[in-house]
Ligand binder design. Structure first.
Ligand SMILES: Cc1cc2nc3c(=O)[nH]c(=O)nc-3n(C[C@H](O)[C@H](O)[C@H](O)COP(=O)(O)OP(=O)(O)OC[C@H]3O[C@@H](n4cnc5c(N)ncnc54)[C@H](O)[C@@H]3O)c2cc1C
Length: 473
C-alpha cells in the first residue's frame, strides 16, 4: 500500500494512507499535488527565493468547501499547516517543510459593487486584481505598493500604501471576512458577527483561521492621480531628509511621499551616467484633485537640485504597479524594519550612513510616510496598534548570489541595531523576517494579551502557527 508522509505539529513524521489522499482528491473542486506532481512546485515557490521548503501534501483550493476539507485533513492528522495566498511574505511562512500546504493562489475572483462602493475579494487575488476591477468604476481601497502582492496576507497584517493617509489602513476598510476556523467551521466575521474574531483579523495575521473571502469598503479615486518620482544625487541626502521631515509634518492627508535610497536603476528618464550610482528618490502620490496635488507637491518639488522630476498625472493602476520591475520574484531577500514617531537627526544620520554602503545593487532603504487617517483610529479599535507611527523604515536587502547571503544580512542587521535607539520599538508584522519571532509581542504592544485570548478561543491547539505566531493563553 502506498503511504504519504507528513510532518506533524509535534515535528514527528506521520503516514497518511493512499486511500485518504484518493478520498480527498475525489472530494475537492481543486486538486491535491504531491511531491513531483503538477502544481506542486508552483504552489511551494514564493516571492523570496531564500525560501525553499517542501510540503508533504499541497491542497490547491478553489473554494471555501475545499479549504474546510483541507483544514480537517490537517487537524485530524495533527499535520503542520501552512497557508499561502499571494506568497509574498518575507518570512516564508506561507510554505512549510513536510506538512500540509493550503494553496489559495487560484482563488482570485474580485466582485465590485459600484452601487454600494464595496468589493468581495477572494484570498488569492493580488493587489492588481482588486485595483483593476475597482478602478473600472473610479474606486479604490488602500493597498500596498507592489501590485503582485497578495490581498490576503497584506490585509491580515494591516496593509498600508499610497492612500493610507487619506483612507486609513487596509484593515480600516475591511467590512467583513469569511473565515474557516481550526474546527472546520465557516464563520462570517464583522462588527456584528463574531466581533472578537473580526477585531483580531484586522492586523493579527493568519493566526485565527483561513479567510476565504474579504469584503472591502471602496472610495472614489482617479482614474488619474498626480504621482511620480523626484530623483536626487545622494550627497544631498541628509538635508533632503530633514526637509522631508518638515514637509511630511505639514502634508495634507491626500499627499503621501516615500523616500527610497538605492543605486539608481537604468530608468529611461535618468541620464546614463547616474545608472548604478546612489540616489535619493522621493516617490509621491496625491490622492485627490490633480490641481490641488500640484499645489500640495510644490514644496517637495522645490527641494535641492533633482536629477529628474517625473511627477505628472498618471493612471492610478499604473502607479500602483510602478515599483513592480524592482520587486520581481526570484531574488534573495532579507528585511529589517523599524517604526518611527519622528525622524530625528540621529535616525537620519544612521540611515544615510547605511545607504552609503549598500551591499548589492538591488538593496535599498525606504521610509514610508504614514499617519493621517491611519492615526485617527484608536490603537485598540483593531488588532493593529501602531497608530502613532509616522514613518516606517524598511531595509530591503536584495541580492542574487547565495555567496552574498551573510554580507547582505549583516548590513541589514547593522542598520537595524544602529537605528533602534531612535525608533519607537514597534514594528509592522508583515515586514518581519523569519528570525524575528521575539518581536511579535512588541509588534502588537498593548493588544497582544487580547489577541492571545482570542487565539485561545478560536485556535487553542495553535493549528495556525506558520505565521508571526500569537500563542493561545
Ligand atoms: C515586494 C513587496 C512589497 C510590499 N509592499 C507592501 C506595502 O506597500 N504595504 C504593506 O502593507 N505590505 C507590503 N508588503 C508586505 C505584504 O503585506 C506581506 O508580505 C503580505 O504577507 C503578503 O501577502 P500574501 O498573501 O502575498 O502573503 P503569503 O506569503 O501568501 O501569506 C503570508 C501569511 O499570511 C497568512 N495568510 C495568507 N493567506 C491567508 C488567508 N487567506 N487566511 C489566513 N491567513 C493567511 C499566512 O500566515 C501566511 O504565512 C510587501 C511585500 C513585498 C514582498
Amino acid at each position: 500500500m502506498t503511504v504519504h508522509t507528513v510532518v506533524t505539529l509535534e515535528a514527528s513524521d506521520k503516514q497518511i494512507p493512499e486511500h485518504a489522499i484518493v478520498a480527498l482528491r475525489g472530494n475537492l473542486r481543486g486538486t491535491v499535488a504531491l511531491p513531483g506532481e503538477d502544481g506542486y512546485d508552483t504552489a511551494r515557490t514564493i516571492w523570496n527565493a531564500m525560501i525553499d521548503k517542501r510540503p508533504g501534501v499541497v491542497v490547491r483550493c478553489l473554494g471555501a468547501a475545499d479549504v474546510i476539507k483541507a483544514v480537517k485533513l490537517a487537524r485530524d492528522e495533527r499535520a503542520l499547516l501552512a497557508v499561502r495566498s499571494g506568497g509574498h511574505n518575507i518570512a516564508g511562512n506561507a510554505v512549510c517543510d513536510g506538512g500540509v500546504l493550503i494553496d489559495l493562489s487560484l482563488m482570485r475572483s474580485v466582485r465590485v459593487d459600484p452601487m454600494s462602493g464595496t468589493a468581495r475579494v477572494e484570498p488569492g487575488a493580488t493587489l492588481a486584481d482588486l485595483d483593476k476591477e475597482a478602478q473600472a468604476f473610479g474606486l479604490a481601497t488602500p493597498l500596498g505598493i507592489n501590485s503582485t502582492t497578495g490581498i490576503a496576507g497584506l490585509t491580515l497584517g494591516g496593509g498600508f500604501g499610497w492612500t493610507t493617509r487619506k483612507f486609513g489602513l487596509t484593515v480600516d476598510n475591511l467590512i467583513s471576512a469569511d473565515v474557516v476556523t481550526a474546527d472546520g467551521r465557516l464563520l462570517r466575521a464583522s462588527e456584528k458577527e463574531h466581533p472578537d474574531l473580526f477585531w483580531a483579523l484586522r492586523g493579527g495575521g493568519g493566526n485565527f483561521g483561513i479567510v476565504t473571502s474579504f469584503e472591502f469598503k471602496l472610495h472614489p479615486l482617479g482614474p488619474e492621480v498626480l504621482c511620480g518620482l523626484i530623483v536626487h544625487p545622494f550627497e544631498q541626502a541628509t538635508q533632503l531628509l530633514r526637509d522631508f521631515r518638515r514637509i511630511a509634518k505639514e502634508a495634507p492627508d491626500e499627499l503621501t511621499t516615500w523616500v527610497v535610497m538605492r543605486k539608481a536603476p537604468p530608468l529611461p528618464f535618468l541620464p546614463a551616467e547616474w545608472h548604478g550610482t546612489e540616489v535619493l528618490v522621493f516617490a509621491c502620490c496625491y490622492a485627490g484633485d490633480i490641481k490641488d496635488g500640484e499645489k500640495a507637491t510644490k514644496a517637495l518639488r522645490a527641494l535641492g537640485r533633482p536629477i529628474a522630476d517625473v511627477v505628472s498625472p498618471q493612471p492610478f493602476t499604473g502607479w500602483q504597479a510602478a515599483f513592480d520591475p524592482l520587486l520581481t520574484p526570484g531574488a534573495r531577500n532579507y528585511w529589517k524594519s523599524h517604526d518611527f514617531t519622528d525622524l530625528s537627526d540621529g535616525a537620519i544620520k544612521v540611515i544615510v550612513d547605511a545607504a552609503r554602503g549598500l551591499p548589492s545593487p538591488e538593496c535599498e532603504v525606504f521610509i514610508a510616510h504614514v499617519g493621517g487617517a491611519m492615526e485617527r483610529v484608536a490603537a485598540d479599535a483593531t488588532a493593529w496598534p501602531n497608530r502613532d507611527a509616522h514613518f516606517i523604515m524598511n531595509a530591503h536587502t536584495r541580492w542574487r548570489d547565495k555567496a552574498q547571503d551573510s554580507a547582505c544580512i549583516a548590513w541589514a542587521r547593522r542598520l537595524y541595531e544602529a537605528a533602534a535607539p531612535f525608533a519607537s520599538g514597534s514594528v509592522y508584522v508583515n515586514f518581519m523576517p523569519a528570525d524575528e519571532s521575539h518581536r511579535v509581542e512588541n509588534a502588537y504592544g498593548t493588544n497582544y494579551s487580547r489577541l492571545a485570548e482570542i487565539k485561545r478561543r478560536y485556535d487553542p491547539d495553535n493549528l495556525f502557527r506558520m505565521n508571526q505566531n500569537i500563542r493561545p493563553t
